[in-house]
Ligand binder design. Structure first.
Ligand SMILES: Cc1cc2nc3c(=O)[nH]c(=O)nc-3n(C[C@H](O)[C@H](O)[C@H](O)COP(=O)(O)OP(=O)(O)OC[C@H]3O[C@@H](n4cnc5c(N)ncnc54)[C@H](O)[C@@H]3O)c2cc1C
Length: 359
């Protein structure tokens, strides 16, 4: 019988943790390292798609996520305070007919605990410092633990991937100029429906999103430096954490070099519209583990690159639509949103994409 391959996963964010869970349940032994001390303390991505829940179900993660998260069953779009559309997510043709809302810090903690229960410990405080392709093998150097030679390295080391950089894999694209902001807040007097995400568009092209993440707790995101200022009904908000950021839109030219494979933000980054960032990474990791088990790893780029590319194109189109300040375009955009809101048949393709059920 052939010896089991030696595998190193670099990065214990949602993508690397999914790779470890998926490889472990298929009987592979993988090491997983991360240069940080533990899971992210930040709430970062909050929407878990039905497809990600499906992927994480056999390892036992989904059951725990469902117990902790909020089932978002609706999405509203507003133009200032006026309701343009109210979309019922329970129409999703799936047994998980909702988006699960849970801060990324909690998602990662659950994943790490389930992984630990199956006997795999994340090696925190261990950083990959060098990687070389050596024939069919991959040589690595680590800080904080012994490196060595592996058959495969799965690089889930985030947008600033060291692995991608050392191997000289292109990451072409651009960064949007607007400063975005994010804030998590408790809002005791929230006047809109619970368990519903909301997008609020303004004539200036400024916008805000608000997503429930706990009882009276919300995540707000905006394309302005003050996330809460774009959302009506937030006068009683008490902010617990906030930050500003710029949106990079980039994709690795290829996801494989020899025995090294890229997944998650190391492979693609784009706007948070549609909540696909973390979910695409979870899907990449599952595809890597499945293909390794099937002996078909060479098709990894051909499978995953077009999916990442399609989402980047679509999310950029959506971003341009919701950010427009063109007085001629706004009424047409709002009419389109109203029409989609009234006709469930028109909602279905987009809902299925956001849910990860259609690529
Ligand atoms: C403020 C903020 C808000 C966000 N909001 C959303 C959202 O609403 N919806 C959404 O879908 N996405 C959102 N995202 C993006 C989402 O967080 C990412 O898509 C997701 O974290 C990507 O997961 P990942 O596992 O690929 O990478 P990461 O989560 O970035 O994990 C990479 C890991 O690799 C480790 N690492 C890096 N280099 C090395 C090295 N050399 N050696 C060892 N370890 C290393 C890092 O410490 C890190 O733990 C947000 C991101 C931020 C920053």
């Amino acid at each position: 019988m052939a010896a089991k391959p030696k595998i190193l996963i670099v990065g214990a964010g949602p993508c690397g943790l999914t790779a470890a869970l998926e490889l472990t349940r298929r009987g592979f032994n993988a090491r997983i390292i991360d240069k940080e001390r533990g899971p992210t303390p930040l709430s970062k991505a909050v929407g878990i798609s039905p497809h990600s829940l499906e992927i994480l179900e056999p390892s036992g993660v989904t059951e725990r996520l469902l117990a902790e998260g909020i089932r978002m069953t609706g999405v509203q779009a507003r133009y200032e305070r006026r309701l343009l559309a109210s979309i019922d997510l329970s129409r999703l043709p799936h047994r998980f007919n909702f988006l699960l809302s849970l801060p990324q810090s909690e998602t990662e903690t659950v994943m790490e605990e389930v992984l630990g229960a199956s006997g795999v410990r994340v090696e925190w405080n261990v950083e990959l410092t060098a990687v070389r392709l050596a024939g069919a093998k991959v040589e690595t150097e680590l800080k904080g633990a012994a490196g060595g030679t592996f058959d495969y390295v799965f690089a889930a080391d985030g947008a600033h991937s060291r692995v991608r950089e050392i191997l000289g894999l292109g990451f072409s694209g651009y960064t949007h100029k607007r400063t975005w902001s994010i804030a998590d807040a408790t809002i005791p007097d929230w006047p809109f429906p619970e368990a519903t995400a909301m997008a609020v568009l303004h004539p200036t092209g400024d916008l805000g999103f608000i997503i429930p993440i706990g009882p009276k707790r919300f995540r707000t995101v905006s394309n302005t430096p003050e996330a809460l200022s774009q959302i009506p009904g937030t006068d009683s908000a008490q902010v617990s954490q906030s930050d500003t950021f710029h949106i990079p839109v980039r994709q690795a030219d290829r996801y494989q070099a020899g025995g090294v494979f890229l997944g998650g933000d190391a492979a693609h980054v784009h706007s948070p519209i549609g909540a696909r960032g973390m979910n695409l990474g979870i899907e990449d990791a599952q595809a890597f583990a499945r293909r390794l088990a099937e002996g078909r790893l060479d098709g990894y780029t051909a499978e995953r690159h077009p999916i990442g590319h399609r989402w980047i194109v679509l999310s950029e189109r959506m971003l341009a639509g919701v950010q427009t300040a063109n007085p001629l375009a706004i009424p047409l955009r709002n009419l389109a949103i109203r029409t989609i809101g009234r006709l469930p048949a028109l909602q279905r393709p987009m809902l299925e994409r956001v849910a990860g059920l259609r690529e």
